[in-house]
Ligand binder design. Structure first.
Ligand code: NAP
Length: 286
């Protein structure tokens, strides 16, 4: 298929690379030039990347970035073919995504929100999980591409529902890690060795995939970004905004947001969100 891929960050670059490896004709664009995807053509603008594409796939930071790429100067909308499908794998506000979907539909295109879970490793290994909001038939048409970049794709409902589900899941990730980090700090302060503690965690009902993934990094004090803290913090703000729009209270998450604010002030926002642990440790004096 002819695919325009926009946004070559931690997630987008390996996703685009996997599409090329599977034999698709891929044109890539990134805001900052110089990021290369082997075997793909480089486009100078989103408009150029979208020209003649059957599918336009996006994976950029936030709501504003998606709006700029789609509707800004030299944006996708200027060259989108009628019948083309725009798939957005960025994590953004569901209500904004619905507005973008409507504008794409007015131009004769189809829109899909398909945020992902699986982090950097999942993107590199083609093991992402796509959380999809779309029409059922569009979801079926995209199956071959989901299979190239991921291990599964779940359609949650119509437009916006993929993002709504993704934010709920990320809420659990943020709070699960926070629980793990607070438990480590409390244990450390009481001179408990972390190795046996982790062994206990892994044998008990508090074991979680979040802990499985993060524990080796935490133990080796490697806080380099897999999922940068600035992006998890962005997602926390999206969750709180979605909660406000829908009349839901999230008192636990409001508290976690304060930890992220402190961590950001301490200069950790480009590190992995696991670096919030350092903020808790500092406050506890361990
Ligand atoms: P990243 O490494 O920070 O890359 C962000 C990408 O967005 C870059 O290509 C950046 O371009 C582009 N961008 C930012 N602002 C832009 C703008 N105004 N106009 C055009 N392009 C812009 O982020 P990532 O980790 O790949 O994440 C991408 C999305 O996936 C985010 O929504 C994130 O929440 C979500 N996500 C990430 C993970 C993860 O583990 N990393 C997991 C699941 C979901 P430049 O190169 O020019 O800065």
């Amino acid at each position: 298929m002819r695919i325009g891929f926009l946004g070559l960050g931690i997630m987008g670059k390996p996703m685009a690379q996997n599409l090329v490896k599977a034999g698709h004709e891929v044109k890539v664009w990134n805001r900052t030039p110089g990021k290369v995807v082997e075997g793909a053509h480089a486009a100078a603008t989103p408009k150029e990347a979208a020209k003649d594409a059957e599918i336009v796939w996006l994976c950029v930071s936030d709501t504003k970035a998606v709006e700029q790429v789609l509707f800004g100067r030299d944006g996708v909308i200027e060259s989108l073919k009628p019948g083309a499908i725009v798939v957005d794998s960025s994590t953004i506000l569901p209500a904004s995504s619905l507005k973008f979907a409507e504008r794409v539909r007015q131009k004769g295109g189809e829109f899909v929100d398909a945020p992902v879970t699986g982090s950097k490793v999942g993107a590199e290994n083609g093991q992402l999980i796509f959380i999809v909001g779309s029409r059922p038939e569009t979801f079926e048409n995209l199956q071959p591409l989901f299979r190239v970049m991921g291990k599964s794709a779940v359609r949650v409902g119509e437009n916006g529902k993929g993002l709504a589900a993704k934010l709920s899941m990320n809420l659990m990730i943020a709070m699960t890690f926070e629980g793990f980090a607070e438990a480590l700090v409390l244990a450390k302060k009481q001179q408990v060795d972390l190795e046996p503690l982790l062994s206990l965690i892994n044998q008990s009902m508090v074991r979680s995939r979040v802990v499985d993934y993060k524990a080796p990094f935490v133990l080796s004090r490697d806080f380099s970004a897999n999922f940068p803290m600035r992006l998890m913090h962005k997602d926390i703000h999206l969750m709180l905004e979605a909660a406000k729009q829908n009349g839901v209270r999230l008192p636990g998450l409001e508290t976690v947001d304060k930890v992220y604010q402190d961590s950001t002030r301490e200069g950790h926002s480009e590190l992995d969100y696991a670096a919030t642990l350092m903020t808790l440790e500092k406050a506890a004096g361990v």
